[in-house]
Design a protein around this ligand. Structure first.
Ligand SMILES: *Cc1c(COP(=O)(O)O)cnc(C)c1O
Length: 590
């Protein structure tokens, strides 16, 4: 600190005073910084109530701009005008902060332009992946978190906003069948973040010393062959190493973890005194919607505990996609109060039975931004026993912050500051949909999916290739006109002699997928109408003679329809078939 003579200090105070009017605006002789600052006074949201708040004005303007992005009723699957990318990479990065202060409207206008051409998740033509349109309750709730910058790292800065996270823990625990007040929840960064929390929980419980000494033991993470690839991120970033992942085989017909194989693995590790940090059961895989037999896994873990000196392995359920089937846990399938068709009832009942077993998990992950119709980032890691998890993970208090309320998650989270927006989005979704709302949306998608499936069964050149999956995706192939798609696919799936055919039709599938994408991006119309936005997979399963995957090419490519939004109608599904055929004819002509 510089010491000033008293007179000099008094002059500095007077100079500063002279810059301002009483209302905080800058006087004419004030320096440039003070004028900028005065300008910003009118452009930050006012801390006081009043009709002229700039935030309210800008949101009003923004609503008009948002409407410009929305296409007409029969518009394309893209926002705004569509068109090619507006930048070239990496030249786009050659940009500097401008020397002068910007103009608020101009900046926001540019933001709106950035959304031009982005996929419109609410379009009836959009069915490319598990990306839902966000619901209004969640959007508005999460905006409030932005407006007032709630920080849910601790109670002092979140105050009542913490109810969003705490009541999420309770509502999810009740859905699962856990004791709600003993459970806990942390909103975090994606299903990937949830998995990482699950693994960290396991590492800490099993290798106590790792908190201080680091991970020095090759503890194992066990998951199925069909577990999400985020397994690699988590093991890598936590320093355990990807080589410590052990994959359990899955059943060919059900895609579920083979519990007998898991038992072999656990028996072997047990005999060799190798500890297991975590077993991950995927409760609803992204495409096939397979649920691992988590009840059986729990009893196997009890039969083969970790060697003495190590803590108990954590059983984590990756249900980030499949969690919403919990809403059917207690649905009365006999009375069927929502009136679902007999086509979908058994499917729902099966999913509900499978997800029920999730009660055996120690912790689980939920993506509200997938089958929850909420905006990013609103993933939630939920644990059964808050006393165990929070005590294990706690670090000491720190000098910056004081515990002013009973709930201060900063002491055991990976993050420091956490936005409340995710928790508000998740909470608002739970409150808004309620049990029946979510059942209706989820069941409605299933009805739409089977409508498409039933259409395929009547078309000679089309075949659904995942008829036994109970999820929301339809995977299908289109064959050249005149080919019996069902017979031909059967041969390609089973007979090594049809390998050349399989490869040729894989190529056709990819070409059709690319053509459909090209049409969406270029705004091409068929019969005067925009085309649907689908996607494809280059290998959702191996052929039956290639179960071990030794032949990397003997896999099944398929086009994909993931009808996530509520605007998709039966009529659109007919349109999908028309456009898929048009794309096939186009690529076969070439
Ligand atoms: C999507 C997904 C993840 C990854 O979740 P993000 O939210 O994208 O991080 C993990 N597991 C499964 C089963 C998923 O479907």
């Amino acid at each position: 600190m510089t010491d000033h003579a008293p007179e000099a200090t008094a002059r500095l105070v007077a100079d500063y005073d002279r810059n301002w009017h009483a209302d905080g605006s800058a006087r004419s002789g004030a320096p440039k910084w003070a004028k900028y600052r005065a300008n910003m006074l009118s452009e930050f949201p006012s801390p006081f109530r009043g009709g002229k708040d700039r935030l309210a004005v800008e949101i009003g303007k923004f609503v008009k701009l948002i409407n410009q992005l929305r296409p007409d009723a029969d518009g394309s699957a893209l926002l705004g005008e569509g068109g090619p990318l507006s930048f070239s990479y990496p030249d786009v990065k050659n940009v500097k902060v401008s020397p002068e202060m910007g103009d608020l409207d101009a900046v926001l206008g540019e933001v709106v332009k950035m959304f031009d051409g982005m996929p419109n998740w609410g379009s009836p033509l959009t069915m490319c992946n598990v990306v839902p349109q966000a619901n209004i309750a969640a959007i508005v709730a999460s905006m409030l978190g932005q407006v007032f910058s709630a920080n849910i790292l601790e109670g002092e800065y979140a105050w009542n906003v913490h109810r969003a996270e705490l009541e999420t823990a309770g509502m999810i625990a009740n859905l699962v069948g856990w004791n709600p007040t003993q459970a806990g929840a942390l909103y975090t960064w994606g299903g990937g973040g949830c998995w990482m929390y699950g693994l960290k929980y396991g590492l800490t419980r099993v290798l106590r010393e790792s908190r201080d000494k680091g991970v020095r033991t090759d503890a194992k993470v066990i998951c199925s062959q069909q577990a999400h690839y985020v397994q690699h991120n988590a093991s890598d970033w936590l320093g355990l190493g990807m080589d410590n992942i052990v994959q359990v085989r899955t059943h060919v017909s059900t895609n579920q973890m083979d519990a007998d194989h898991l038992e072999e693995i656990l028996k072997d590790l047990h005999a060799r005194k190798v500890p297991v940090a975590a077993v991950v059961c995927t409760m609803g895989t992204t495409d096939a919607n397979a649920f691992d037999p988590i009840g059986r896994v729990r009893s196997l873990l009890d039969t083969y505990p970790n060697p003495p000196g190590y803590g108990k392995a954590v059983l984590y359920a990756d249900c980030v996609v499949g969690w919403s089937w919990l809403y059917f846990r207690d649905y009365d399938f006999e009375a069927n109060p929502l009136g679902f068709s007999e086509r979908v009832l058994p499917v729902m009942r099966k999913n509900a039975q499978m997800i029920r077993e999730i009660v055996h998990a120690d912790a689980l992950g939920i993506d509200f931004h997938k089958v929850g119709w909420a905006p990013y980032v609103s993933s939630c890691f939920v644990y059964r026993r808050a006393d165990d998890f929070e005590k294990l993970m706690s670090r000491g208090a720190d000098a910056y912050l004081q515990a002013r309320t009973p709930y201060n998650p900063m002491y055991y989270t990976a993050e420091v500051s956490r936005s409340a927006s995710g928790s508000l989005a998740g909470w608002a979704t739970l409150k808004y949909f309620g049990m029946e709302g979510m059942q209706a949306v989820l069941g409605g998608i299933l009805e739409t999916k089977y409508y498409l499936y039933n259409l395929f069964s009547t078309q000679p050149d089309l075949v659904c290739v995942n008829p036994d999956d109970t999820g929301l995706v339809t995977l299908f192939r289109v064959y050249p006109e005149g080919v019996d798609a069902k017979l031909q696919f059967e041969r390609e799936l089973k007979e090594p002699s049809a390998r050349a055919d399989l490869l040729r039709h894989n190529e056709l599938t990819e070409a059709v997928g690319d053509k459909l994408f090209e049409w969406v991006r270029s705004g091409t119309k068929i019969d005067g109408r925009y085309t649907p936005y689908l996607s494809f997979t280059t290998g959702f399963r191996n052929t039956e003679y290639n179960r071990d995957g030794a032949d990397p090419e003997a896999v099944v490519y398929a086009l994909k329809s993931f009808p996530m939004n509520v605007f998709i109608t039966p009529e659109i599904m007919h349109w999908v078939i028309r456009c898929v055929r048009a794309a096939r004819d186009e690529v076969m002509k070439a």
